[in-house]
Design a protein around this ligand. Structure first.
Ligand SMILES: [Zn+2]
Length: 240
């Protein structure tokens, strides 16, 4: 990186550091995930104000310093999403969304679509607290898998290509499997299959819903894909 970097960023985490500083994990459209230090950010009269709290969507000015951390020299708020801080459920959903991005996209590789997806999710949670539901969280994760290039195969058996009798899901195979190939699979019912197809095809705000049994199968499918193909464990959305 030559010279200062002016970039949009979403604050994924904000960690207290030293006497008055904060270390930030930022997600950016063109530089992926970055870490930066905001010196003096916790002082009462900090020029950063409250703009470096988690979930803030900001315009940040970052400078390279001698350490591998960038230094925040300026920050303007683009969106604060204040209403998502009003409810425990929306706060929790926002934290889980940021956590899933952190785990699946930990490098500085650019994924502008992930940035937009996260900004959309935060805006949705701010605008409508009812979106803080499991189905929305699962839809968000499915779209993250798509951006990571590990979307589950749903159109045909992931092992043999058969398009009929798709009744299992195998994370190792990478998607749905037919009745003949289901050795390492778990049963995936029609409703869960419909959810996977529907959630990938619909905007976040119109994520399909489902019974708990259905959502559990969907969560297991997403979890297995992330584990087998990105070596990432996602935090559970549904209690065991
Ligand atoms: Zn098969």
């Amino acid at each position: 990186m030559a010279g200062p970097l002016k970039t949009e960023a979403i604050v994924l985490r904000s960690i207290r550091y030293g006497e008055a500083d904060r270390i930030l994990h930022l997600y950016t459209p063109t530089h992926g995930r970055l870490s930066a230090i905001a010196k003096g950010a916790r002082r009462a009269r900090s020029r950063f104000g409250a703009r470096l709290e988690p979930f803030f969507y900001v315009q940040a000015l970052l400078h390279e310093s001698r350490s591998d951390l960038l230094t925040v020299t300026g920050v303007d708020t683009i969106a604060a999403y204040p209403a998502l801080r009003d409810h425990a459920a929306t706060l929790d959903a926002a934290a889980r969304a940021c956590d899933a991005v952190t785990r699946l996209f930990e490098t500085s590789d650019p994924h502008p679509e992930v940035f937009r997806l996260l900004a959309n999710e935060l805006a949705l949670l701010h605008a409508d607290a009812a979106q803080a539901r499991t189905a929305n969280g699962l839809s968000f994760r499915l779209k993250l898998l798509l951006a990571a290039g590990i979307v589950p195969q749903l159109a045909a058996c992931a092992v043999c290509g058969e398009t009929e009798h798709l009744q299992g899901f195998s994370g190792a195979a990478g998607g749905v499997v037919c009745s003949l190939c289901e050795a390492a699979a778990f049963p995936l019912e029609e409703d869960a299959y419909r959810f996977l197809v529907g959630a990938l095809g619909a905007p976040l705000a119109q994520a399909p819903d489902g019974a708990e049994r259905t959502l559990r199968q969907v969560e297991r499918a997403i979890g297995e894909i992330a584990e087998h193909h990105a070596h990432v464990r996602l935090r559970p959305l549904l209690a065991a």
